[in-house]
Design a protein. Structure first.
Length: 291
């Protein structure tokens, strides 16, 4: 026997087996031994522990089944609720879309109305501006608007003697004013009294009244107009010739000079009772003729 064979014979038997076979056989042997020992120990005893375990296992399975059933029911309910929620949300979205469509249409109508209103407002402003210009022109012409501009300043005074005949009378000032209107004056005032179509120039005794206000000599007549032509045209007019003849014959003090900055006040507005009554009568007649 060789040395190697002797070393092998001296080792235990399980050492000489292959490693995989050794592990498998030992593992199986130990398992069988363990099971056999449990069976031998359990002979003659009531397997209460096994029944308890089976009961517990059955109860656990039953509880698990109940939980599964409850979960299934809850899942179904949640699914129904989710379905209803989605349907409700979809319905609300559709309603909101319809509302948005209606609001957009309304917004378009409002924009169109705003465009029309803007056009009407521009037209009204233009009309207002035109009417304002007309009122201003009429106010200047009629005397009911204060004005400022170039023109002539005329100073008239009684004759130095102081007799009654050499006093300036209302008719004399009337000739002077008519000559200024004819020469192209746009606005005239005497001692701060603006002349209009309704302004009377009259004598009450020796005193002259304009717009029913008494005036004292000297009389300052302001006339707004073209200063380059107003004096010349006044001298060439019939009233201007009469005035100059009258002033020389009676000895009135008289001065006429250009002024680049004259200010004339506005006349007081008078109530037109008769004119209003006539207008109302004409309106009634028109309604009776054309009902």
């Amino acid at each position: 026997m060789s040395a190697e064979e002797r070393r092998s014979s001296d080792l235990p038997q399980h050492v000489t087996q292959p490693l995989l076979s050794l592990i498998t056989s030992q593992s199986m042997d130990e398992d069988y031994q363990h099971v056999a020992a449990r069976r031998a120990a359990g002979e003659g005893q009531v397997p209460t522990r096994g029944r308890g375990r089976r009961v517990a296992t059955g109860a656990a399975i039953a509880v698990f089944g109940i939980l599964v059933a409850v979960a299934a029911v809850q899942t179904s309910l949640n699914a129904d609720v989710d379905a209803l929620g989605r349907a409700s949300l979809i319905s609300r979205i559709q309603d909101e879309k319809e509302d948005v469509t209606v609001l957009r249409a309304r917004a378009g109508e409002v924009r169109d109305d705003n465009v029309e209103s803007d056009d009407e407002l521009r037209q009204l402003r233009q009309t207002e501006q035109e009417l304002g210009q007309r009122v201003s022109r009429l106010g200047v012409r009629t005397g009911y608007l204060a004005v400022r501009g170039p023109g002539v300043r005329i100073t008239v005074d009684d004759a130095p003697e102081g007799d009654e005949d050499p006093l300036v009378r209302a008719s004399d000032l009337g000739i002077l004013v008519d000559g200024l209107w004819a020469a192209g004056a746009e606005a005239v005032a005497i001692n701060g009294q603006r002349l209009t179509a309704l302004s009377p120039i009259q004598n009450t005794g020796p005193a002259i009244h304009v717009n029913f206000r008494p005036l004292n000599a000297p009389y300052t007549v302001l006339a707004i107009g073209d200063p380059d032509t107003l004096q010349a045209r006044f001298l060439d007019s019939t009233h201007g010739s009469v005035w100059f003849s009258l002033a020389r014959s009676l000895g009135f003090g008289f001065e006429m000079e250009n002024d680049d900055d004259l200010e004339l006040p506005a006349a007081r507005v008078r109530t037109l009772r008769a004119a209003v009554t006539k207008t109302l009568d004409e309106d009634r007649m028109d309604k009776e003729i054309n009902p």
